[in-house]
Design a protein around this ligand. Structure first.
Ligand code: TEU
Ligand code: CA
Length: 553
């Protein structure tokens, strides 16, 4: 394992959809153990495992009932210990996913609160309504509807920024913060090498007021005590161990706050996920619409974060995919004739940036969006809620379905495609039907086929991951955006101690030209998705569909 997170790559596993070893249709921890050599071959240094703790699974484990116990559907504590040990043997560290903005309403803290225990009521936000039948504020849940749920016996409401079964924790209560620290230390003692903190910039609520022109997020995003709480957590837990890497998931954050969340010397986190670059096919913050991706906006956001964070000595996680996002090849690339070229092009852009790249299971195979044609095939609570909300707003069922097909988080949650067999090797052929449908294209897109094909998307990712370890200019270099306003070209230059790296890509499926392209005298091509080497001639560089190449001097 590279202990320098600048040279590292993280592989994200959503265990429910990764590998099912006991034929019940649900992925499990033994499935992760079974596939460690695959991840080793890819070259990842860390595995980020999304939550597998005891949970009613209303939000697939992001609704935690017990942070100290393993959900039996995923396995046992012995499995977790074996996984940590076997990963370590292969030089891979485990990063666990800590959901501390909220707990499941089945967590004992919430149960005790509902019994009226004042100590535990203070763990949550119980508030009086504004008037009879009126919640305390007009805030909206991120999964649709009001963020407040009425509890008759108290004549009060509790806050839930996500599902109604995910009650927000009151971090202003010192006892909550102490419990959180205990949990982190417990997993550190088990040998965990990193943590991902779920929506961690939402934990400090400002004021409970109506939001006249929004959904309430300005009252709890990057809130007043957020830096204090993160520093405190850092100092009390992972900050004492240099070998631990942390990443905060930052919802609707500002770059100024991220300078501090992920500053090298600020004593908070190692790095941050921000999502502004993935909202370029939204309408403002509204996700449930159909609008084409805005490429200029995408570039300008990526470059702003790249140069801004560098200037402030702060570190980004760089990524296109996770379990909440549609598949990038479907979103910004092509599922059609240029499927492979576009998958490699998108990989190149991210893996040569300044930051730590994250690869989400199946991305390294160029897996596509789900091929669902009916709402009954979807599983995600957010998708199902919004399918209804869109129709309540007057859309037809088929228009609502179209929007869900494009934006649903289930696009990233279909079973991992290991081979061409009935259930894609996710579940044995005689096993139970997988919990969510397998994509029909697994006969074409699967790991077995790609492992033996040197030209595959898998081997391209493997080479990119290795390059980051070989070349300091990739892991440590400065970044300079190029061709910023070009309608098709995504390009940048990296520099470090006299070394230079030039990355250029055509983001579209038609040929294009880059005039005034930089000269490449003395450079050699180190990776690309076209067979033939293609250089600029007299400052004019012609690119084929989705063509990309990386040059080094
Ligand atoms: O997601 C946070 C979040 O705000 C969004 O990514 C959300 O999933 C949705 O896309 C809003 O449109 C994190 C987890 O990654 C996600 O899986 C959980 O559902 C959520 O927190 C709640 O714990
Ligand atoms: Ca299973």
């Amino acid at each position: 394992m590279s202990t320098d997170f600048r040279k590292s790559t993280v592989y994200q596993i959503y265990p429910k959809s990764f590998c099912d070893t006991n034929g019940d249709g649900l992925g499990d921890l033994r499935g992760v153990i079974e596939k460690l050599d695959y991840i080793k071959e890819l070259g990842a240094d860390y595995i980020w495992l999304t939550p597998f703790f005891v949970s009613p699974q209303n939000d697939n484990g992001y609704d935690v009932e017990d942070y100290y116990q393993i959900d039996p559907r995923y396995g046992t504590m012995e499995d977790v210990e074996e996984l940590i040990a076997k990963a370590a043997e292969r030089g891979i560290g485990l990063m666990f996913d800590m959901v501390f903005n909220h707990v499941s309403t089945r967590h004992q803290w919430f149960r005790r609160a509902m019994e009226g225990d004042p100590y535990y009521k203070e763990f949550f936000f119980f508030r009086r309504g504004r008037a009879k039948g009126q919640p305390p504020t007009n805030w909206e849940s991120k999964f649709g509807g009001s963020a407040w749920e009425y509890v008759e016996k108290f004549d009060e409401y509790y806050l839930h920024l996500f599902d109604v079964t995910q009650a927000d924790l009151n971090w202003d209560n010192e006892n909550v913060r102490r419990e959180v620290q205990k949990i982190v230390r417990f997993w550190m003692d088990k040998g965990v090498k990193g943590f991902r903190f779920d929506v961690v910039n939402l934990i400090s609520k400002a004021a409970f007021e109506d939001d006249e022109n929004g959904d309430g997020r300005r009252f709890y995003t990057d809130g007043p005590n957020i830096h204090r709480y993160l520093k405190e957590l850092h100092d009390a837990t992972f900050g004492t161990d240099d070998g631990i890497v942390t990443v905060g998931e930052m919802s609707s954050t500002s770059i100024e706050n991220c300078y501090r969340y992920a500053g090298r010397k600020t004593g908070e986190l190692s790095m941050v996920f921000s999502f502004h670059h993935l909202k370029v096919d939204f309408m403002g913050n509204e996700k449930w619409v159909l609008v084409p991706a805005d490429f200029q906006k995408l570039k300008s956001i990526v470059f702003q974060w790249q140069t801004g964070m560098a200037k402030h000595d702060a570190w980004n996680a760089v990524f296109w995919c996770n379990h909440d996002q549609p598949r990038v090849v479907s979103r910004f690339g092509s599922e059609g004739g240029y499927w492979k070229e576009s998958a490699k092009m998108l990989a190149t852009i991210v893996h040569c940036l300044r930051g730590t790249p994250y690869v989400y299971q199946g991305e390294e195979l160029g897996m596509t969006n789900a091929d669902f044609t009916e709402i009954s095939q979807f599983r995600d609570v957010e998708s199902l809620n919004h399918y209804q909300i869109l129709q309540d707003k007057g859309l037809s069922a088929s228009d609502a379905l179209r929007i869900v097909q494009i934006h649903s988080r289930d696009n990233g949650r279909t079973p991992m495609q290991w081979d061409a067999s009935r259930y894609a090797g996710f579940t044995a052929e005689d096993g139970a039907e997988p919990w969510i449908g397998v994509n029909g294209n697994h006969d074409r897109i699967n790991a077995a086929a790609q492992l033996t094909d040197p030209d595959s998307v898998f081997h391209y990712y493997r080479r990119l991951i290795a390059l980051r370890k070989e070349l300091d200019v990739i892991s440590c270099g400065d970044i300079e955006p190029l061709a910023e306003h070009h309608p098709c070209i995504f390009a940048y230059r990296r520099t470090y101690e006299g070394h230079e790296l030039l990355v250029a890509a055509n983001f579209y499926g038609r040929s294009c030209q880059w005039k005034d392209a930089p000269d490449l005298i003395g450079f050699k091509r180190i990776i690309g998705n076209y067979r033939e080497e293609n250089r600029p001639e007299d400052g004019l560089w012609t690119f084929g569909p989705y063509e990309t190449s990386v040059w080094y001097r």
